[in-house]
Design a protein around this ligand. Sequence first.
Ligand code: PXL
Length: 291
Amino acid sequence: MERLVKRVAAIHDLSGFGRASLSSIVPVLSTMKVQVCPVPTAILSTHTGGFKDFSFVDLTDSMEDYIDHWRKIGIEFDCIYSGFLGSTRQIDIVSKFIDIFGNDQNLKVVDPVMADNGKLYATMNSEMIIHMKRLIQKADIITPNFTEAAYLLNKPYTKDISINNIKNWAVELSKMGPEIVIITSVPEQAATKNTSVVAYDKQNKKFWKVSCLYIPANFPGTGDVFTSVLVGSLLQGDSLPIALDRSVQFVTSAIRASYGFDYPRREGVLLERVLENLKMPVIVGNCELIE
Ligand code: PXL
């Protein structure tokens, strides 16, 4: 029997301030009528993007007992969704989580949170990248941003990249395991300075692209919002292009609702002002099939 409410195991940190990770993932997915079961990987006073001297409690040692309890009580999930991870051991624990709770029916989504704008996050290093490359082999869907895709493929980061090259990157990443590769924040070569989201569906050999309006503001945590909406949408039964449209539209609406106000960008988008938009259908999307 289908579950009354879809259920996601969300393996992420809890950052107390700044609207990243679980602080955004839980409200987004709850608003989309999905039950979130967090597996907290670490507790931080803030996210690491733009704050100094944040406190960091690593929960790696408690994760195995936590997961073991879930295994004993036989919880089942419609989706396993991981994001920011604090150590190589944690990455390996997520891999084990997928071995225990993953099956043919559920969706394994790995957001390889490691870097942005050409730079690794403060807590990341080259060993983490090696382990992340192993973890994505077990995912059905991965959602690296452009910088993370470059790190996963050992490619140099340059904003001057053609759509054909990006398509090749997506295919190469899919060869590492995942059925669907979604690369976000892809720089467009046109003078509009737009960015786009490019997706590759390996089974159907289809490429999709959604162009995003250029907005001159960079907010941390929008990747978590993007992937959460994508997960919620796919669990609602949407097709991949509709899920991509929904995610881009929601993130765009959140940035638009925020960037006209003068406040520190490190506090993230004003999510609370736009959460209700998640209840609206996608009426006009701009996701296109590309050859
Ligand atoms: O938004 C991704 C993210 C999650 N968790 C922590 C982070 C970041 C990005 O900076 O620092 C702790």
